[in-house]
Design a protein around this ligand. Sequence first.
Ligand code: DP6
Length: 381
Amino acid sequence: MVYAATATAPVNIACIKYWGKRDTKLILPTNSSLSVTLDQDHLRSTTTSRADESFEKGDRLWLNGKEEVVKPDGRLGVCITELRNWRSIEEEKDSSLPKLSQWPLRIASYNNFPTAAGLASSASGLAALVASLARLYQLPQTPSQLSLIARQGSGSACRSLFGGFVAWREGVKSDGSDSLAEEVAPQSHWPDMHAVICVVSDAKKGTSSTSGMQRTVETSTLLQERLRIVPGRMEAISTAIKEKNFEEFASITMKDSNSFHSVCLDTSPPIFYLNDVSKSIIAVIEELNRSSGKIIAAYTFDAGPNAVIYALKENIPKVLGAINRFFPTSEEPRDPFGIAAQDLPEGFDLKVVREGGWEKGAVKTLIHTRVGDGPRTLSKE
Ligand code: DP6
């Protein structure tokens, strides 16, 4: 008999960035991080896992239709082995359970967003894999416990096991048992938190997060300063989220993105993830905030040039207006909300942006989305 389970998992974008490992095998970070989970109605990974006694020996995986090798000691292999071990514990407790832990697996995963969206898909992909296997194996573990496994697939994936606002606690233990994800606030707490993804480039990034952060740990002295500052930021942003204080949330988010890119520059050889279009997006958002008389939008950049702009729903028309004015996109925005761009605040001065040295750049695509829920599952025998 074939047992199968399907799960979908969301993308998450960090406001306090994870950058650096204290243990590269277990994937234990040098600092805690915090992210917003984005709506999986718009962006998601879907994974189906099947177990069958009669499958030929060995696990097999297809990613977006292409077969990938599952190395037993690779990141994916480690996740599968740990989940199998948890299943075999359940099988020992209850001998009537089918011995799924001993059967080969066939796993198929795909993203509904094109790789061309320039978004890291490893977080949603690994979270969907862990959620689908946890469902297949009927595991009793909580999302936080499952995050311990997802973390070993890719650090940021552990945060995609929750919806809403999520913290990944760095932990202190050397076995990693306290380095897990926790919900700071659910999606329902602040549903007006929206995000606009500006796709600047769909090219594969030059330096991967994994190798880039390792190089930073080995060579950056500025990282020590960052590690001293992040705990206070974690506290402050959690409070801002709980109090729905957007200005504070936004100010910390922008500061932390800039701090992360500073330690990248302080790495030897230096790592440049932002390009001129990214920098002009920063200038446009800074000018939007200045001319609004308060902070209404926050930019953040991961290990690449694409921007994610957080803003409350009511201010999205202004954000779209500002971006459209400076960067006429080559494609229609992907906006499930159908919100139209609005005139900019009266004092918005493109000259200020241009005087900063920024010329009209190219934003390929805009994707408008919002805070979303955690993994969803369904299963059948
Ligand atoms: C800049 O989770 O991709 O997006 O653990 O080596 O797989 P590995 O790295 P990964 O790093 C993400 C880095 C980041 C910041 C963040 O998401 O917190």
